[in-house]
Design a protein around this ligand. Structure first.
Ligand code: AMX
Length: 435
């Protein structure tokens, strides 16, 4: 058994009694109360999920397995010659809760490399789709096409014990995760680079290989590593993570679950916001004839967008109540590598201008920028200007966290999800409006 899987097995065996005890001895202890506002309002804030992969504090931001983003960037083993950690090391952290050593990461690299080959029929599927399909539809279809590869389904049909479900789920997780960067790069090159596909380089790590297949030189390899890490998880309740978890709760396999999460991520209020930010900025640039607007002019664009009933993409959040540390990490990268870039200048100005306007506007509970406000700028700078593609990058990252969650869902035997719904009549009765 590979060392990572062996470590995971031990962690799972030690963890199981905690979940069993909570359920058996404390199962009726109240965690939360639910208001009508929450029932109608998208279950906002209802404490009704559990995950140990990450936790989102409204003021501090995300912690992956207890580590903040700066801590992850500092502690995880780095790729020689680069500044960013191995994506493989981050996968190890999310799965096991431990920061791997350089040696651990080298073992994982070797294990993962043997699994990277994407079946050729996946490319046939991509080619069979209409040329103007959205890259997210392509990405989701490619993942779904691989469903027949599921080791879990095979083992399930052979009748393995529930206690062992996590094992083939882990196999599916790793097999799928290590193939996603090649699928993403293939979609990009096929759709936007004249079909000139670059073959993978088996000697490279996941991030380095992605940059290579995209045809973009250094430091884009570090950009890829940073992106995949930052977007990997944001606890369980957001649309993409929750969709993945929900699908898997029916014991659907990893391929169904990850394809589903991609579909949820493709909404403009969620992952697609990063493409919307660039689209919005381009609109401003076009109106300005390419020149950088003054602060007053920028304020007018922001108000015009709000007054026309649209949201300002890249700002606001359902949980966060301060600037997203994922935004901050990308901003730090921009300040170091592209401080004079005109689009960064726009984004920088928006950082100053938008929060006070959203406060004055009085609707958004969080006026501060989220991860998507900064993501597109870096991609644009390194030549990835086709912003329809940006959410695919988010998806490669998000799949890492969701896959880790699903492995643990199976390990801890989480059941099928089934919240209860009520009719409007019933809510009116509860409210005392109607007897
Ligand atoms: N611009 C304008 N209005 C905004 C706003 C923004 N950026 N953010 C929130 N609002 C509005 C909401 O539309 C809502 O208006 P309504 O009462 O007329 O329906 C009101 O403020 C209250 O919303 P909220 O409780 O603050 O936010 P939410 O939890 O309902 O939604 C989010 C959160 C992210 C969907 C929302 O802030 C938004 O639409 N932001 C812009 C899109 C975006 O950046 N999405 C990416 C989020 C990160 C991610 O998932 N990738």
């Amino acid at each position: 058994m590979a060392k990572l899987k062996e470590k995971l097995q031990k962690k799972i065996e030690n963890w199981r009694p905690r979940t069993t005890r909570l359920l058996k001895d404390y199962g009726t202890v109240k965690v939360d109360e639910v208001t009508i506002q929450q029932v109608i309002g998208g279950m906002r804030g209802v404490k009704s999920l559990t995950t140990d992969i990450s936790y989102l504090d409204p003021y501090e931001g995300i912690r992956f397995r207890g580590y903040t983003i700066p801590e992850c960037l500092e502690k995880l083993p780095k790729v020689p010659g680069g500044e960013m950690p191995y994506v493989e090391g981050h996968i190890y952290l999310l799965l096991t809760g431990e920061i791997p050593s350089q040696e651990d990461v080298q073992e994982v690299l070797e294990e993962f490399k043997g699994r990277r080959k994407v079946p050729s029929y996946v490319f046939d599927v991509l080619r069979a789709l209409p040329e103007d399909s959205h890259p997210m539809a392509m990405f989701s279809a490619a993942v779904l096409a691989m469903q027949k590869e599921s080791v879990y389904v095979k083992k399930y049909n052979e009748g393995i014990s529930k206690m062992d479900f996590w094992d083939p789920t882990y196999e599916d997780a790793v097999n799928l995760l290590v193939r996603l960067p090649e699928i993403a790069a293939y979609i990009y090159r096929m759709k936007y680079r004249n079909n000139e596909i670059i073959a993978p380089d088996p000697s490279l790590d996941l991030g380095g290989n992605f940059a290579h297949m995209m045809g973009i030189g250094e430091p884009y390899d570090d950009v890829a590593r940073l992106y995949f890490l930052l977007h990997s998880d944001h606890e369980s309740g957001n649309v993409s993570a929750h969709t993945g978890h929900l699908i898997a709760s029916a014991l659907s396999d990893m391929y169904y679950a990850i394809s589903g999460l991609i579909n949820g991520l493709a909404g403009p209020l969620h992952g697609l916001a990063n493409q919307e930010v660039l689209r919005w900025i381009q609109g401003v640039m076009d109106k300005m004839g390419g020149k950088t607007p003054s602060e007053e002019e920028m304020k007018k664009f922001v108000w015009d967008t709000l007054n026309s009933g649209q949201v300002i993409p890249g700002f606001g959040h359902a949980v966060l109540r301060k600037t997203d540390p994922r935004y901050k990490a990308q901003r730090d990268f921009c300040l170091k590598y592209l401080p004079d870039d005109p689009i960064f200048q726009y984004v920088d100005m928006l950082y100053k201008v938008v929060p006070p306007i959203l406060k004055e506007h009085g609707k958004a509970k969080n006026p501060w920028p989220n991860v998507d406000a900064q993501s597109g700028v870096i991609q644009w700078y390194y030549g990835v200007k086709e912003y329809d593609f940006y959410t695919v990058l988010f998806g490669v990252g998000r799949a890492i966290g969701v896959a880790a969650n699903i492995v643990w869902d199976r390990a801890l035997g989480y059941p099928i999800e089934r919240p209860k719904s009520l009719t409007t009549d019933m809510l009116e009765e509860i409210a005392g409006i109607k007897k």
